[in-house]
Design a protein. Sequence first.
Length: 302
Amino acid sequence: MSNSWRALARMAKDRIVATPSADTTLVLDLWSLRLTSLARMRLFNQATAECSNLYSVLNTISPPSVRRQIVPYELDVFYARTIYWSGDLKGYLDELTRLIRLCKSMARRDEKPGSWGIWTERGMRTGMMVVTQLIEMQDYPGALSILRPLAIAPKAPSEIRFALARIMMEAGDTKSVKLTLEGVETDAITQALEAAMLGRWEEAEEMLRKAHEDEKENGVVINNLAVVLLACGKLDEAIALLESMLKVSPASFVAVEPFLYNLATLYELRSNAAADRKRNMLREVAQWGGDGIKTSALKLPS
């Protein structure tokens, strides 16, 4: 288990070498598997170098219509991610925008008006990648300008409206949050976040406790409940909650970096012995985490 991504990367490489070059579909699927495995191990430089070499060949395919039939869309998205890893954020956004234009073009060509086909779905997901990057850059107006038309699109999934509402929450726009979620059955997390935004911490705690009872191993619910417990002054209970999850299902939770970061932060707030407790967390991560865990989430001094 601990070396699963490394084993997958090696297996994919061996299969690529052994697969006939004429079987293009299988070869590119194996490349997707290898590159994804390298990225999960955080070997971003190696993944970028190998992806660049692959695309130096794929970019010679012409005409573009033939290339689109050969190259999986997911591989194009991965190539865009390599631009992000190289630090070229503007180039990354430009590449995602190009992919969105491609999705729109293909949707107009292949899908019926008002339908929700694969190219519309791809365009929506790529648009969410742009939104995520804009939020990372703290460009909230830009993120909202993209999310609003996505949220009102016919048959748009409720997750889009939830995302729009949560950005509005960060901006403190309570009125717009209520309008955005009008007519949508909101999940417990969204309701709790709205209550927390309005300072109703006890209400948020009650909602998240109920959600936790229904989904005992839902990492998002547990993380948010721990934060709300901290806001309610229940630091010891917040620590006990996260520690219990780490003991019950270590293989699942050591891979969730926000979980590790929150627990490390709670340790720092609890006592001066935080370093010892974080070192114990490091042992758990080493045992169960496998490849690709970002140990900086433990907030240990370098």
